[in-house]
Design a protein around this ligand. Structure first.
Ligand code: ATP
Ligand code: MG
Length: 288
């Protein structure tokens, strides 16, 4: 009964065109630039008028707040355990851009109580109608809860550097995802590219392998150069797109953002209804 009501509610949200795109930013090996990408991409989306929420899923080691120089008072955990309201755990960062800190202890996600789980569904149902894009910055390593979340989102942005280790690990990660459920949109961003041609070749090889062996079609959003401005912006605790609006890397991020938004202009249909339904079935299965 509860499930049906939930499904109906989602349908209504969708009909009103108020359902956010839920997107997980992932990689194979860690440290390839997911958090810096998420911070700058979200800023760029917000600058283009989209209302964006970042959810920092890097449990216990979240750093989105550092990249923005923000000091969150509460995390998702405070909402889930009932000690805070949903809007208390959302920290505003910029115009149209907010975030939820991961906090610590979420790794015990499979032991969440029924009430925590219901709050999760309730929370994201509300948030899906508040935002245009919800971006999950996934942590390094594949914990059970991060894999569950990856299985539930509508879209995945895979960050890979041209290094062979990053490419092979990216392939393994995609293989894992595709073996469970290939029904989603996969985007790829090549990061820390030193030479454009080299970067293009590596990513093209990855795309080819994904198509050939996993039948997975991927949408290349673009490339970001290896740039000292990234490090300088981290030190300044300000996204590079804000700090260096005219830099080459900022123009690249703008192009990536445009590419992401193509085909998703207001009025066009957005296939985003699956997120909550999938999340529910995954967690229910996990607890059974
Ligand atoms: N395009 C780039 N040019 C130069 N340095 C970069 C670039 N992208 C990321 N870096 C640097 O790489 C390091 C790792 O970046 P980041 O923390 O964003 O990676 P991550 O994938 O989120 O890591 P983790 O897997 O640990 O969460 C940082 O020191 C960052 O400054
Ligand atoms: Mg990170």
């Amino acid at each position: 009964m509860h499930d049906q009501a939930e499904a109906l509610r989602l349908k209504m949200l969708k009909a009103q065109g108020k359902t956010a795109r839920s997107v997980a930013v992932i990689s194979g090996k860690g440290g390839v630039g997911k958090s810096n990408f998420t911070a700058n991409f979200s800023y760029s989306l917000a600058a283009k008028g989209k209302k964006v929420l970042i959810v920092d899923m890097d449990i216990g080691m979240g750093n989105i707040h550092i990249l923005f120089g923000a000091a969150p008072n509460y995390s998702l955990k405070d909402y889930l355990n009932g000690s805070r309201d949903l809007y208390d755990v959302i920290t505003p960062l910029e115009d149209r851009l907010s975030f939820i800190a991961g906090g610590s202890g979420l790794e015990t996600v499979m032991e969440w109580s029924e009430s925590m789980f219901d709050r999760l569904i309730e929370g994201f149902t509300t948030l899906q109608s508040d935002y245009d894009v919800i971006l999950f910055d996934m942590g390094a390593g594949a914990t059970q809860n991060s894999l569950d979340l990856i299985m539930a989102v509508d879209e995945i942005i895979l960050i890979a550097t041209p290094e062979p280790t990053s490419i092979t690990d990216a392939y393994s990660m995609m293989k894992f995802i595709c073996m469970q459920d290939a029904e989603r949109t996969f985007h790829i961003v090549g990061n820390r590219v030193l030479k454009e041609e080299e970067g293009r070749d590596s990513i093209a090889r990855l795309q080819l392998a994904l198509r050939k062996f996993l039948s997975a079609e991927t949408n290349l959003l673009g490339f970001l150069p290896d740039d000292l401005n990234v490090r300088n912006a981290v030190v300044a605790q300000t996204p590079f797109v804000k700090l260096y609006p005219n830099a080459h890397i900022t123009r690249r991020m703008t192009a990536i953002t445009d590419s992401f938004l193509i085909g998703h202009q207001p009025g066009t249909s957005i296939e985003t209804s699956g997120f909550l339904g999938k999340l529910k079935s995954i967690f229910r299965k996990g607890r059974a």
